[in-house]
Design a protein around this ligand. Structure first.
Ligand code: SF4
Length: 333
């Protein structure tokens, strides 16, 4: 046995005792320690995060398809986003799809093997027309297909969330995107508090919360810890982890992608901070991890978004399903 296996790094040993043995999520002190873990000990952290995933989530893998129901033309100024109207990106705006196309997209997602379908609309928040159409589409999809249906419609009120729940929506995605401290460098047209309030309201109205963000926008390691603790406070059922895929024409278009080891470390920390959550690889998985995607799934993740993402392409479905099968995951039906 080599030294690495014989003697785990003290911080990893503490993490094991806390999260696996005592079944307590990682706190700030532990997350700080693991953020400072030297690169040579990161594989131990990934192994632990995978064991935590197995303990609390088993072998189930959640596979989701996103449907961009109204592309581009957004009034907001999120610096990473090619759907913001103010940036000269390659996204060509499209009007809101018809109910029939929502249902056709959901059917396609089901046939591709996804168990979850997420309707995404590039808006600050839904107008009455938009909300009414999404509610009608959700009702039709739930009546026809055995899919878990999520919606991502921006900032919403209690009344709008209640209507979505009554239409049959299961989950609402609303990302914090980053830490409270860093958020003003991501977006200035709405506040972290507005995002926070919508996330709180999602749960208060009986819907599951899907809440995560994007790594690699220029935040510090300390911001990443703050971000995880802020997510931990919201207790989302699902945490989508995106890595910045710099989009031409956006203010963050010239940023570099995240180092693979830091991407893997963040996935593992997410698992340790929220042991029971569905931690889902979302955008930027392929460009960031490339040949390390298998390792990514063994670093604490329990689901993925099938490519395509909202404005970028992912790898072919069959490659994702083969990867999950080879790694011993069972795809949720
Ligand atoms: S992230 Fe959402 S709110 Fe921000 S610009 Fe893009 S579509 Fe609009």
């Amino acid at each position: 046995m080599n030294d690495t296996l014989a003697s785990p790094h003290p911080s990893v040993a503490r993490a094991r005792a806390t999260v696996l043995d005592a079944e307590r999520p990682a706190d700030r002190a532990l997350l700080n320690e693991l953020t400072a873990l030297p690169a040579e000990a990161v594989p131990q952290l990934l192994t632990l995060a995978n064991a935590v995933r197995e303990r609390f989530c088993g072998s189930a893998a959640g596979v989701e398809v996103l449907f961009n129901a109204k592309k581009g033309g957004c009034s907001e100024d999120c610096n990473f986003c090619s759907q913001a109207a103010r940036y000269a990106s390659d996204v060509v705006p499209e009007p809101l799809h018809t109910v029939e196309s929502f249902v056709a997209a959901a059917r396609d997602a089901h046939e591709r093997g996804a168990s979850e379908f997420c309707i995404v609309v590039a808006v600050r928040g839904p107008s009455e027309t938009l909300l009414a159409r999404v509610c009608e589409a959700v009702r039709s999809i739930k009546a026809q297909l055995p899919l878990h249906v999520a919606v991502s419609l921006g900032i919403m009120s209690d009344d709008q969330l209640r209507r979505l729940r009554e239409a049959g929506a299961d989950k609402v995605n609303h990302n914090l995107e980053s830490s409270r401290r860093f958020f003003p460098q991501v977006c200035t047209t709405h506040s972290y508090d507005e995002r926070w309030a919508t996330c709180r309201a999602v749960k208060a109205n009986g819907l599951e919360l899907c809440c995560g963000g994007i790594i690699g926008m220029g935040e510090t390691p300390a911001d990443r810890v703050d971000f995880l603790l802020e997510l931990q406070e919201l207790m989302p059922e699902e945490v989508p982890v995106n890595f910045l895929n710099p989009r031409p024409g956006t203010p963050f278009g010239d940023r570099s992608t995240v180092e693979p080891i830091e991407a893997l470390r963040f996935v593992a920390l997410t698992r340790l901070a929220m042991p029971r959550a569905l931690v889902r690889f979302a955008g930027g998985r392929e460009i960031t991890l490339q040949g390390l995607q298998n390792l990514g799934m063994l670093s604490g993740a329990s689901g993925l978004v099938l490519g395509n993402y909202l404005t970028t392409e992912g790898q072919p479905d069959d490659r994702d399903f083969r990867m999950l099968e080879e790694l011993g995951f069972e795809v949720l039906a």
